[in-house]
Design a protein. Structure first.
Length: 300
């Protein structure tokens, strides 16, 4: 039995929450995953997992063993990184994730410049508007927009973005300019369901926060579609400032209700904070951080 492989499979099962989910993540047949875990339990002479039809749970022995497996596999990975020279020269692969529009506008140009500077580093860039889990999906760096929950991850703030309300000049000419959040009740709105509810938008912060009912005549699932519809005069949108910088510059959209905006949202670079930090990751963070800060993302 390859115990390192079995340990890796066991950790995948625990992290995924089920044998079938681990099999999909590992690209293995479910029967193989089940057999490997069973063989490990037989070798140890103890049960590691409580299995039910709905979920898996670690036994007391399983909890201790899984913690030890994590330490062992991390030490092996650390030894391999050292042996391959990862701590001598920046090289290897980095996986970076960001939201779709932010990544297209701001991360892709910086990554292109970074790759030209460091020819021995390869980057896998994952652009998605869902939250990617750094541990589960083996991500090295994530660009996060918004307040971060407390965790053991390391975060570096690189800027802030505003949440702005916009409409096209033609729409505003036809329907009037809203002067207070409550005026939105008389306007057609476009909701981007990842960012906002289609029934109410919240203005202000803390005790001064105000939930304002809106009538979303159009609900879309991508911010690009929301912006495109707004430029065509369909209605009012609420998006992040960097997402409409081009439309504002071209006067295709105009900001309204600026005095009622909530506090800006932080933009952070998030990583797992392993020590020592691989040179490829340190090089990326040192390269990207000042360039993102120089963008002044909320200056529109």
């Amino acid at each position: 039995m390859d115990r390192l492989e079995s340990m890796t499979i066991l950790l995948a099962v625990v992290d995924a929450g089920s044998l079938s989910a681990a099999a999909r993540h590992l690209g293995m047949p479910l029967a193989t995953v089940s057999r490997k875990v069973a063989a490990l339990e037989t070798h140890l002479g103890t049960r590691l997992l409580h299995r039910t039809t709905r979920q898996l749970a670690l036994t007391e022995a399983g909890g201790s063993y899984v913690a030890a497996c994590r330490r062992i596999l991390e030490e092996i990975a650390e030894a391999e990184r050292t042996a391959t020279g990862e701590y001598v020269a920046p090289k290897g692969e980095l996986t970076v994730t960001a939201s779709v529009v932010f990544g297209r506008l701001h991360i892709v140009p910086v990554v292109a410049e970074f790759l030209a500077r460091y020819p021995e580093i390869e980057i896998k860039l994952v652009l998605t508007d869902r939250v990617v889990h750094l541990m589960d999906e083996q991500v090295d760096v994530a660009v996060r927009i918004g307040d971060l929950p407390d965790s053991s991850f390391i975060a570096t703030r690189v800027g802030t973005v505003r949440r702005v309300v916009c409409a096209s000049p033609g729409y505003l000419a036809a329907h009037g300019v809203p002067l207070a959040p409550g005026d939105l009740a008389a306007h057609d709105c476009i909701s981007f369901e990842v960012l906002e509810s289609r029934r109410a938008w919240v203005f202000g912060t803390g005790k001064s926060a105000q939930s304002v009912p809106v009538h979303a005549r159009l609900a879309v699932n991508t911010v690009d579609a929301a912006i495109a519809a707004a430029t065509l005069g369909v209605g009012v949108i609420r998006v992040l400032s960097y997402q409409v910088m081009d439309a504002l510059r071209d006067d295709a959209l105009r900001i309204v209700l600026a005095p009622f905006e909530a506090a800006p949202l932080p933009v952070s670079l998030l990583h797992k904070g392993q020590a020592p930090l691989p040179l490829k990751l340190r090089a990326f963070l040192d390269f990207v951080t000042p360039r993102l800060r120089a963008l002044q993302l909320d200056a529109i």
